[in-house]
Design a protein around this ligand. Structure first.
Ligand SMILES: *[C@@H]1O[C@H](CO)[C@@H](O)[C@H](O)[C@H]1NC(C)=O
Ligand SMILES: *[C@@H]1O[C@H](CO)[C@@H](O)[C@H](O)[C@H]1NC(C)=O
Ligand SMILES: *[C@@H]1O[C@H](CO)[C@@H](O)[C@H](O)[C@H]1NC(C)=O
Ligand SMILES: *[C@@H]1O[C@H](CO)[C@@H](O)[C@H](O)[C@H]1NC(C)=O
Ligand SMILES: *[C@@H]1O[C@H](CO)[C@@H](O)[C@H](O)[C@H]1NC(C)=O
Ligand SMILES: *[C@@H]1O[C@H](CO)[C@@H](O)[C@H](O)[C@H]1NC(C)=O
Ligand SMILES: *[C@@H]1O[C@H](CO)[C@@H](O)[C@H](O)[C@H]1NC(C)=O
Ligand SMILES: *[C@@H]1O[C@H](CO)[C@@H](O)[C@H](O)[C@H]1NC(C)=O
Length: 647
C-alpha cells in the first residue's frame, strides 16, 4: 500500500515525484475502554467449509465443488517489510508507523499465531493476502528472538521459514492464502523505491524464477490458492509501465507470461491474480498523469493456458484518485481524490476503473475482481471525507458482491493508540484491540461487508470468451499446441485455449476471439488431430465461398482453433479435429468484414478488436475457413470467415 518518500536527488522532475505518505494516527485515539466484543456480523461461512482448489466461472470464484467462494480477505503484511528506507532498521522508529515486523508477518512478537488467526476468523475473514519480498525468499539471517517473542517455536528460523509456518497455520485453520509478491527488498512499499516494476531492479528471469520457486514450495498445500503477481506496478522517475506495447515495460505481457509459466511449470491449481496499473505519467498539473487501474483490460485482456484461473485486482484508498497520486504538498495536483467524489460519482469512477470487469458478462475480459487493498484509519481518523469514503466504498463492495482484501489486518497499539488502520492491534503485553471493541467507527461498515448476503451456493459453468493478441509475438494459449513443434516457422502464431474454438477475427491488428459457447469445453483432440492449412486444398469444387479471394479452409470435421500471421498478413489456419459428434454440419455462410463490423445482431465476447473492422460467427457455428486477397494494395489481412453450423 501507500507510498513512502522517495529519495532521488535529481532535478525538479524527481522533486515532484517525492510523494508524501498519509499521516499515521497523528491524533490520539479516544481511550475508550475495551467493551465486550460485538458479534462479528452474521452469515459468515465457517472458514473450512470449502474444498480447494479454486477456479473461476465468469465473474465468480468457485471452489472445487463449483460453489461460490467469495474472497473475504485481509492483508497480513510484514514479510514484505516495514522499514521506511532510512535510519537504523533495528530501530522501531524507522519502520512505517513505528511498527517493526522483524521481516515477517507483523505481530508475531506480541501474540501467538493461533490467536492472530482465530482473530481473523472472528471478524469474518476466510482468506489472507500474504505479501512477501524477494529479499525474504533469499534472506538467510534468522529472525531475532524479539520478533517472535510470542511464538518461541519460531526462534532461529529464517523469514522464509516463518512465512512457511504462517501459511501452514492459516491453511490449517481452513483459511485460503494468496501469495503476493509485494516488494523486492524487505521494506515499506510503494513510492519511488526501486520496486516500481517487476524488473525495476532485477532481471525478468529472476522475477519469474522466484515465482516458480514460491508456487512449487506450497504446491502440496491446496489451500494456498493464488499467486498475486505484483503489487502496484507504477512508474519510476523516468519510465512508465504500459499495457500491451510489447516492450520491457509491458505489464500485460509480463504478467501473461509468468502466469502461464506458473500454471504449466509449477502449480496448475493456483488462481493467477493480475493487478491493473497503479500509476503512470508525471503527477504535475499540465502533464498527463493517471492511474489506469484496470481500464486497459477492456481493450486487451489476458488469456491464460487454463481458462478459469484469472482474477483481476485493484487497490483503492481515499487519498488517491483516478489522477491523483496521493501526495500532499510537493507533487500534489489539483485532481480529485476518491474521497472528493459524492456517492454517485464515486460509483461511476469505480465502475470505469475496475468493477466493469465483473459487471459486464460474456466479454473477453469478464472475470472476478478482487479489491486486494482498501482500508481506512480507525479510531484516529477524524477526516469526515475519509470516513464517508470508506462507508461509500464498502457499500459498493456490497452492491457488486465483489471479492475484497482489507489493508491491513494486524497492527500495533499502545494504550489503544497506534497506526489505527489495522482491524486487530496488539500491544507489547499482548492485549488485543479490535474493530469490534465498541469504539471503532468502522465496525458497522465492516459488519455490512462481511455479513452481506451476496451470492452463495452452486454457480453453473458459463461460456468462456477469450481474446488472442499476437500483437508482438506468439500467443499460444493451448497447452496442447505449446509442446508441439513450431508449426509455422517465422510467423506469429495464435491459438485458442484447449477446449475452445476460434469464433472471431479482426480485419487488421491480428486480434482473435475464442469461445466454447454452445459446445461447452471441447475435449482435447486425439493423436495427430491438427493440420496447418495454407492453401485451398479443402475448398470443394463448387464450394467457392469467397470468389476471387484466397481461402484457407479446414477439411470437413475440423475447426479453426488458431492462425498464424506474417506482419499483418494471413499465413496459415490451424485446423483441429473436432471430438466425435461436435461437428456434423457441412453447409456454411460467408461473413465479410473488410468494410465494417460483421458480428451479428447481439454478439457476445465483447469488442475484441477495438477500433478495427471484425467478423464473428454465431454462437452455434464454428470457423471453417479464413479468406483474404493478395490484390495489389492489400496487405493480405483477413477479409471473411467461413462459418459453419455445429450440427
Ligand atoms: C499507487 O502509487 C502511488 C504512487 O507511487 C502511491 O502513492 C499509491 O499509494 C499507490 N496505491 C494506490 C492504491 O493508489
Ligand atoms: C524513517 O525513520 C527515521 C527514524 O528512524 C526518520 O528519521 C526518517 O525520517 C524516516 N524516513 C521516512 C522516509 O519516513
Ligand atoms: C533488490 O533485491 C536484491 C536482493 O534480493 C538486491 O541485491 C537489490 O539491490 C535490490 N534492488 C533494489 C533497487 O533495492
Ligand atoms: C527492465 O527493463 C528495462 C526496459 O527495457 C531495461 O532497461 C532494464 O535493464 C530492465 N531491468 C533489468 C534489471 O533487467
Ligand atoms: C518479487 O518482485 C521483485 C520485484 O520487486 C522481484 O525482484 C522478485 O524476484 C519477486 N519475487 C518473487 C518471489 O516473485
Ligand atoms: C486521468 O487518468 C486517466 C486514466 O488513467 C487518463 O486517461 C487521463 O488522461 C488522465 N488525465 C490527465 C489530465 O492526465
Ligand atoms: C501507556 O500508559 C501507561 C500507564 O498509564 C504509561 O506509563 C505509558 O507511558 C503509556 N504509553 C503511551 C505510549 O502512551
Ligand atoms: C480502446 O482502444 C480504442 C482505440 O482502438 C481507444 O480509443 C480507447 O481509448 C481504448 N480504451 C481504453 C479503455 O483504453
Amino acid at each position: 500500500m501507500v507510498t513512502v518518500r522517495g529519495s532521488f536527488g535529481r532535478a525538479t522532475l524527481a522533486a515532484v515525484l517525492l510523494l508524501v505518505p498519509f499521516a499515521p494516527a497523528a491524533d490520539p485515539a479516544h481511550a475508550a475502554s475495551a467493551g465486550p466484543r460485538a458479534a462479528a456480523g452474521a452469515a459468515v461461512t465457517a472458514a473450512a467449509d470449502w474444498t480447494a482448489p479454486l477456479s473461476t466461472r465468469g465473474r465468480w470464484i468457485v471452489d472445487a465443488d463449483g460453489d461460490r467462494f467469495k474472497l473475504r480477505s485481509g492483508n497480513w503484511h510484514g514479510a514484505s517489510g516495514t522499514w521506511n528506507g532510512s535510519g537504523n532498521a533495528d530501530d522501531d522508529a524507522s519502520h512505517h508507523a513505528g511498527e517493526n515486523s522483524g521481516r515477517i508477518p507483523l505481530g508475531l512478537d506480541r501474540a501467538p499465531m493461533a490467536e492472530i488467526v482465530a482473530g481473523f476468523q472472528e471478524i469474518g475473514i476466510n482468506s489472507v493476502r500474504l505479501p512477501f519480498s524477494n529479499e525474504m525468499v533469499h534472506d538467510s539471517r534468522p529472525v531475532t528472538d524479539d520478533a517472535v517473542a510470542a511464538n518461541p517455536v519460531l526462534r532461529g528460523k529464517t523469514p522464509l521459514q516463518v512465512y512457511d509456518a504462517v501459511v501452514a497455520e492459516l491453511t490449517g485453520a481452513g483459511l485460503a492464502v494468496i501469495l503476493n509478491n509485494h516488494t523486492n527488498t524487505t521494506r515499506w512499499c510503494c513510492g519511488v523505491d526501486g520496486n516500481e516494476r517487476w524488473n525495476a531492479s532485477r532481471s525478468v528471469q529472476t522475477w519469474e524464477d522466484d515465482w516458480l520457486f514460491m508456487a512449487r514450495r506450497y504446491k502440496d498445500d491446496k489451500r494456498v490458492v493464488g499467486a498475486d503477481l505484483y503489487n502496484e506496478v507504477r512508474r519510476n522517475v523516468w519510465d512508465d509501465p504500459n499495457w500491451g506495447l510489447g516492450d520491457h515495460h509491458d505489464w500485460f505481457a509480463a504478467s501473461q507470461r509468468v502466469g502461464d509459466r506458473i500454471l504449466t511449470e509449477a502449480d496448475a491449481d493456483l488462481l493467477i491474480v493480475v493487478e491493473g496499473i497503479n500509476w503512470t505519467g508525471i503527477p504535475v498539473d499540465g502533464f498527463a498523469h493517471g492511474r489506469p487501474t484496470l481500464e486497459p483490460v477492456r481493450n486487451l485482456s489476458h488469456t491464460l493456458v487454463d481458462s478459469g484461473k484469472l482474477v483481476y485486482s485493484a487497490h483503492f484508498y481515499d487519498y488517491t484518485g483516478p489522477n491523483h497520486s496521493g501526495a500532499t504538498g510537493t507533487g500534489e495536483t489539483t485532481d480529485p481524490r476518491y474521497r472528493d467524489f459524492g456517492p454517485a460519482e464515486l460509483i461511476d469512477v469505480l465502475n470505469r476503473q475496475a468493477f466493469f470487469v465483473t459487471a459486464e458478462q460474456d466479454r473477453h475480459f469478464t472475470a472476478p475482481v478482487w479489491i486486494s487493498e482498501f482500508g481506512a484509519g480507525g479510531r484516529s481518523e477524524t477526516n469526515p471525507k475519509a470516513r464517508a469514503w470508506f462507508e461509500n466504498f464498502v457499500d459498493h463492495l456490497v452492491r457488486t458482491d465483489a471479492d475484497f482484501a482489507y489493508w491491513p489486518l494486524v497492527g500495533w497499539h499502545e494504550n489503544r493508540t497506534g497506526n489505527g488502520w489495522a482491524l486487530l492491534h496488539w500491544d507489547s503485553a499482548g492485549h488485543r484491540m479490535g474493530v469490534y471493541d465498541g469504539d471503532d467507527w468502522r465496525a458497522a461498515a465492516w459488519t455490512r461487508l462481511t455479513g452481506a448476503a451476496g451470492r452463495t451456493g452452486p454457480v453453473a459453468p458459463v461460456a468462456e470468451w477469450s481474446m488472442l493478441s499476437p500483437d508482438h509475438g506468439d500467443f499460444i494459449a493451448s497447452r496442447w499446441m505449446r509442446v508441439l513443434p513450431d508449426w509455422d516457422s517465422g510467423a506469429r502464431k495464435a491459438v485458442c485455449p484447449d477446449g475452445q474454438r476460434l469464433l472471431g477475427l479482426g480485419h487488421t491488428g491480428n486480434r482473435g476471439l475464442c469461445s466454447d459457447v454452445t459446445t461447452g469445453p471441447l475435449s482435447a483432440p486425439g493423436g495427430g488431430g491438427y493440420e496447418v492449412v495454407k492453401d485451398e486444398r479443402y475448398v470443394a469444387p463448387g464450394g467457392d465461398w469467397a470468389s476471387g479471394y484466397t481461402k484457407l479452409q479446414c477439411s470437413d470435421g475440423q475447426f479453426v482453433s488458431g492462425y498464424s500471421v506474417r506482419g499483418a498478413a494471413v499465413s496459415g489456419a490451424l485446423c483441429t479435429a473436432a471430438p466425435g459428434g461436435v461437428i456434423t454440419g457441412t453447409g456454411g455462410r460467408t461473413v465479410w468484414f473488410d468494410r465494417g463490423d460483421n458480428r451479428g445482431s447481439a454478439p457476445k465476447g465483447g469488442d475484441f478488436a477495438n477500433g478495427r473492422y471484425k467478423g464473428q460467427c454465431a454462437d452455434d457455428e464454428y470457423v471453417a475457413g479464413v479468406a483474404y486477397t493478395g490484390r495489389v494494395g492489400s496487405s493480405r489481412t483477413p477479409d471473411a470467415l467461413y462459418c459453419r453450423n455445429l450440427h
